[in-house]
Write a new protein. Structure first.
Length: 257
């Protein structure tokens, strides 16, 4: 016979144990879009202690909707190599172009990264960073509903050796750093340069090129990298996102080592 209180105890105890275990991390990732998930996969696969936080109920960022709600996405040859490494199938369309179902892509990224050891927390808003000795060294988190309802509820804090801003177009983590601390970033202007309009070819290239440590302890990936470094947007082609996540993970792994 099921006992309702036992069910509640199981959920509360297990979740709290899971949350307690991520208060000290190698890497904290903000944003569960494609670059964040791929970075989380490679970091976890390398044995690093990594957790990912996203304010939405669903995980996967902009993948789910494909292009204009046509639930298909495109990857190029380079991006397909990452899919092959993660065991996610894609179908050839024409030379150099592959398609895959966006729902399958999002679900597969989540499944594969969790099985590799990534801890994912949805419905968690990253509202600030921890800043000590001129370095980003953690995240300040709260329930997403607190932000949505405008309630004055103090957050909780976690520490990490590195933070990855994978929050997409808004680049929320880097924005908070610049707005509150007034620091100079490692961009050509020293500030957030802003995302440019559509150029798929340049956008894909810039997404990977701009993936780097923008300030001590803080990396940027995906569209957050393009927003910070002034790269172009590219639409529903995701190879650059996958490659960006892989690059971010490998560079962080190198620094952790």
């Amino acid at each position: 016979m099921l006992n309702e209180v036992t069910i509640s105890q199981a959920i509360i105890t297990t979740y709290m144990n899971k949350l307690m275990d991520v208060l000290e991390l190698d890497v904290a990732i903000a944003g569960a879009g494609p670059s964040g998930l791929v970075a989380g996969y490679y970091l976890a696969h390398a044995g690093k202690k990594v957790a990912l936080f996203d304010k939405k109920l669903s995980i996967g960022g902009g993948i789910w909707g494909g292009g204009m709600m046509f639930n298909e996405i495109v990857v190029q040859d380079e991006g397909k190599e990452v899919l092959d490494e993660l065991g996610i199938p894609a179908k050839p369309f024409t030379k150099g172009y592959y398609t895959l179902d966006s729902v399958d892509a999002a679900a597969s990224l989540v499944y594969t990264s969790i099985r590799a050891g990534l801890r994912i927390f949805n419905l968690i808003n990253v509202e600030d960073i921890v800043y000590k000795s001129d370095r980003v060294c953690g995240l300040v988190i709260n329930w997403s509903t607190v932000e949505m309802t405008g309630l004055h509820v103090d957050p909780l804090t976690l520490h990490s050796s590195f933070v990855l801003d994978a929050t997409g177009h808004p680049a929320n983590i880097t924005q908070a750093l610049v707005r509150k601390m007034g620091v100079k970033l490692g961009t050509p202007t020293g500030s957030i340069m802003g995302e440019r309009s559509m150029d798929a070819n340049l956008g894909e290239r810039h997404t990977v090129e701009n993936t780097r440590e923008v300030y001590p302890g803080l990396f940027v990936s995906g569209m957050a990298a393009n927003a910070v470094y002034g790269g172009y947007r590219m639409g529903a082609v995701f190879g650059g996102m996958f490659l960006s996540g892989k690059k971010a993970a490998h560079e962080i792994i190198g620094k952790l080592s």
